[in-house]
Design a protein around this ligand. Structure first.
Ligand SMILES: Nc1ncnc2c1ncn2[C@@H]1O[C@H](COP(=O)(O)OP(=O)(O)O)[C@@H](O)[C@H]1O
Ligand SMILES: O=C(CO)[C@@H](O)[C@H](O)COP(=O)(O)O
Length: 481
């Protein structure tokens, strides 16, 4: 491998299942070294991870990167959104983090919306109507179920903030990830004191919101990471905002990400405020917006169906008219936190491969259903859908998205777009460039384009009908909140 042409930077993606690190050449965008280490997440309705495990995974991923990581001049951390990290007076976790896909706070979400002026108030004030994923609902859940944990808390952080703080010793965050808390007012770009007071959270416990292009801090020397003391640390951001940077996204370019979560989003110049709650009105990591819809059931749900059937994840077969709503973890889009998976239309001649295809169809239907709401009205309907995340590698995922969207589908060759986006932030600190422009210079979105095929309206209509007819079943447990 030839020597790097420019300085090196490190970009990190601390996602639900693992932490990945890339060492990237700032001049060319070439990935010089990479590493990855897994996390564990509890199962059941509660989803928790120990933040210290994220740190250990970061150390391991950097060890795998070897010598190039030692040479990095700047680093930035992107990570799973929304997770509630509570720290004590020594900076140690009070308890495991409550993750974005933990649905136990669904009753608190419903109550908060009711108590503070309804869905319209929340959408106008924070950009989003909070579901169980939002940090504010997790804090309310903790206050109700573990008041001793709340009393012991001296700092509240998001997952990416936790790792940044362990690098720098400073409590910082950025507008992209702050916009997924439910206590950041998108209208004023400040913490919302009324909402914070309502849930009894002292604003002094929250991190400082660092601007894009501003240095969050420098690496302190009290740990054994491969960075030198004084290495620059950028503000980082939530994983979807980081991937948007990593793709060098321009307004109107739609993205679908297939990972633990499924997401659809686009950059917009207009601040979103959807009172239906389908679209979360996130900020991006620069100064624009990132309207986004997110599902809880994506690659893990489909892989689970394949495992139950004893099939390889690519062993799909067409036809059969069977419908599978893969809401194994409850669901967020549509907002059905208590739902479970539902199978309809099973016949003697239905094959395992058709059942598996139905799981893919169900997962992609929810995302496409939200895509039109995410895109601005003037967005070009024939623009290619950029397909990213671990699932984008799979042929069955690619073909399902192509058939159900009717759009051209572009699959970037670059695999780790969240970590690349973080690397672009770090590079921007060194060169003074806009991180999205850095990613465009690196050509990160380049990849094969699958030509559009006629949209499979019949399947889309069948899934929509089953979902509508099954609404009382899917929504039932909500009555018992
Ligand atoms: N070649 C592949 N084909 C289909 N799915 C894949 C492939 N490789 C990985 N995946 C899926 O990608 C998921 C991990 O994606 P990733 O975007 O890394 O998730 P996360 O960011 O949520 O941790 C796994 O759950 C797995 O099902
Ligand atoms: O909750 C959201 C977005 O609102 C998720 O997209 C999380 O940010 C987790 O992402 P992955 O681990 O699936 O990448």
């Amino acid at each position: 491998m030839s020597a790097a042409e420019g300085p090196l930077v490190v970009g990190v993606d601390t996602s639900t299942q693992s932490t990945k690190a890339l060492v990237v050449d700032v001049a060319t965008g070439r990935v010089v070294a990479s590493g990855q280490a897994p996390h564990t997440v509890t199962s059941g309705a509660g989803r928790e991870s120990d933040p210290r495990q994220w740190w250990e995974a970061l150390c391991e991923a950097l060890r795998q990167c070897g010598e190039p990581a030692h040479e990095a001049a700047a680093v930035s951390v992107g990570g799973q959104q929304h997770g509630l990290v509570t720290l004590d007076e020594h900076g140690e976790p009070v308890r495991p983090a409550l993750l974005w896909n933990d649905v136990r706070s669904a009753p608190q979400a419903r109550r908060l919306v009711e108590e503070l002026g309804g869905a319209k108030f929340w959408a106008e004030r924070t950009g989003s109507v909070p579901t169980a994923s939002f940090t504010v609902t997790k804090w309310a859940w903790l206050a109700e179920h573990e008041p001793e944990s709340v009393r012991a808390t001296r700092a509240v952080r998001l997952p990416h903030d936790y790792l940044t703080e362990r690098l720098t010793g400073q409590g910082t965050t950025d507008r992209g990830d702050a916009s997924g808390t439910g206590w950041w007012a998108s209208a004023t770009e400040t913490y919302d004191e009324e909402i914070l007071a309502h849930v009894g959270l002292d604003p002094a416990l929250l991190p400082r919101v660092v601007r894009s292009g501003e240095v969050a801090g420098t690496v302190r020397d009290s740990h054994d990471l491969p960075f030198s003391r004084g290495t620059l640390v950028a503000c980082g951001t939530g994983d979807n905002a980081a991937a948007a940077l990593g793709l060098g996204l321009r307004p109107g370019m739609p993205v679908m990400s297939l990972g633990t979560s499924g997401t659809v989003y686009a950059v917009s110049r207009r601040r979103p405020a959807d009172p239906s709650g389908t679209v979360a009105g996130f900020a991006d990591a620069r100064s624009d917006w990132l309207p986004l819809a997110c599902t809880l059931n994506c690659t893990l749900a489909v892989d689970r169906v394949a495992a139950l059937l004893g099939l390889d994840r690519e062993a799909v077969e067409p036809g059969g008219g069977v419908t599978l709503l893969p809401f194994l973890d409850g669901e967020r889009t549509p907002n059905l936190p208590h739902a479970s998976g539902l199978l309809y239309g099973l016949r003697h001649d239905t094959t395992g491969g058709q059942l598996l295809q139905a799981a893919y169809d169900g997962a992609v239907h929810s995302l496409l259903d939200a895509l039109d709401l995410v895109l601005d009205e003037d967005a070009d309907p024939s623009a290619p859908l950029l397909l990213i995340g671990g699932g984008a590698r799979g042929r069955a995922w690619q073909e399902t998205v192509r058939r159900l969207s009717g759009r051209p589908v572009q699959v970037p060759e670059a695999k780790e777009l969240v970590a690349l986006g973080a690397a672009a932030q770090a590079a921007g600190l060194l060169t003074g460039e806009d991180p999205a422009a850095v990613a465009r210079r690196w050509n990160t979105a380049v990849g094969p384009v699958l030509e559009p095929v006629e949209r499979d309206e019949e399947t889309l209509a069948r899934i929509a009908e089953v979902r509508s007819d099954a609404a009382p079943l899917l929504d039932r447990a909500a009555d018992t909140d």
